[in-house]
Design a protein. Structure first.
Length: 271
């Protein structure tokens, strides 16, 4: 079976759920009246799990990230992280955006240290962690370079290191490779898998790319058109580490085709 019923997936998570999104609604007040972005959205992420969220444009994926990061309160339902309600930005959450958003006047090392300073922590306590992360993302020789001296893929690796430097329990990633060319994107997929396997962080990864989701995820959460809700959760039972050869394997192709059929059904009005 390609799919798992949502209740089955959540039951298997049990008390090990690190992140729990429970019956969340989000309504925006607009000049033309209320706009419901999310409706009864529910899913869980276990500690150390890599979950990708896919869905059509406008389904509320970025809104979901804002809720989990504490930037928006839900209109109904709740978001729990490590059993505690998320009501404001938290230090145990790291975020990597679609664009690296590096500060051009700061070096690579200084950009990695930005969250430490923003949280009011002592930089000297995180020096070794920053150096370790720069080695992990392969940029130890570029620590004194400026963003303009790096390729797009290298800048995004700096952003990943920055998202991890304060040792968050959960890393949120909002289409971080969308602006990269195809070859760099595949390379970054493999890099991120390696980094995740080395750190053991819980990751919620938003993407429009089906191959990216299948390559990276332990589980893919498929959202409906607005108002967003969970249509299906798909377990990706492909052994790790996954490589470029994985992209051509029958199981990879099968899961990808299942997702494409779901999107075709959505856009053709069959769901």
């Amino acid at each position: 079976m390609l799919t798992l019923a949502q209740s089955t997936v959540q039951a298997s998570a049990g008390n090990d759920a690190h992140l729990k999104v429970a019956g969340v609604d989000l309504v925006y007040e607009t000049s033309r009246g209320p706009l419901k972005a999310l409706a009864g959205l529910s899913f869980e992420i276990r500690a150390g799990e890599f979950v990708c969220v896919v869905g059509p444009s406008g389904c509320g994926k970025s809104t979901l990230l804002k809720l989990i990061s504490g930037l928006l309160p839900p209109s109904a339902g709740e978001v729990l992280l490590a059993g505690q309600p998320v009501r404001k930005p938290r230090a145990d959450v790291g975020i990597v955006f679609q664009q690296p958003t590096l500060l051009p006047w700061k070096t690579v090392y200084e950009n990695v240290m930005v969250p430490v300073r923003a949280l009011g922590r002592r930089p000297q306590d995180y020096h070794d962690k920053a150096e370790e992360l720069l080695r992990l993302v392969g940029l130890q020789d570029f620590r004194s370079h400026y963003p303009r001296e790096l390729s797009g893929g290298m800048q995004q690796r700096v952003a990943v290191a920055r998202g991890l430097v304060h040792d968050p329990a959960l890393l949120l990633m909002d289409e971080p490779f969308a602006a990269l060319d195809a070859m760099t994107r595949e390379s970054m997929m493999a890099e991120l898998q390696r980094i995740w396997m080395s750190t053991g962080k819980s990751v919620l990864f938003i993407t429009h790319s089906i191959p990216e989701a299948v390559f990276l995820a332990d589980r893919v959460v498929v959202m409906s058109p607005r108002p967003g809700r969970v249509l299906e959760e798909i377990a990706v039972d492909i052994p790790r580490p996954r490589t470029v050869k994985t992209l051509g394997e029958a199981r990879f192709v099968s899961i990808g085709n299942h997702l494409r059929q779901m999107f075709f059904d959505m856009t053709s009005g069959q769901k």
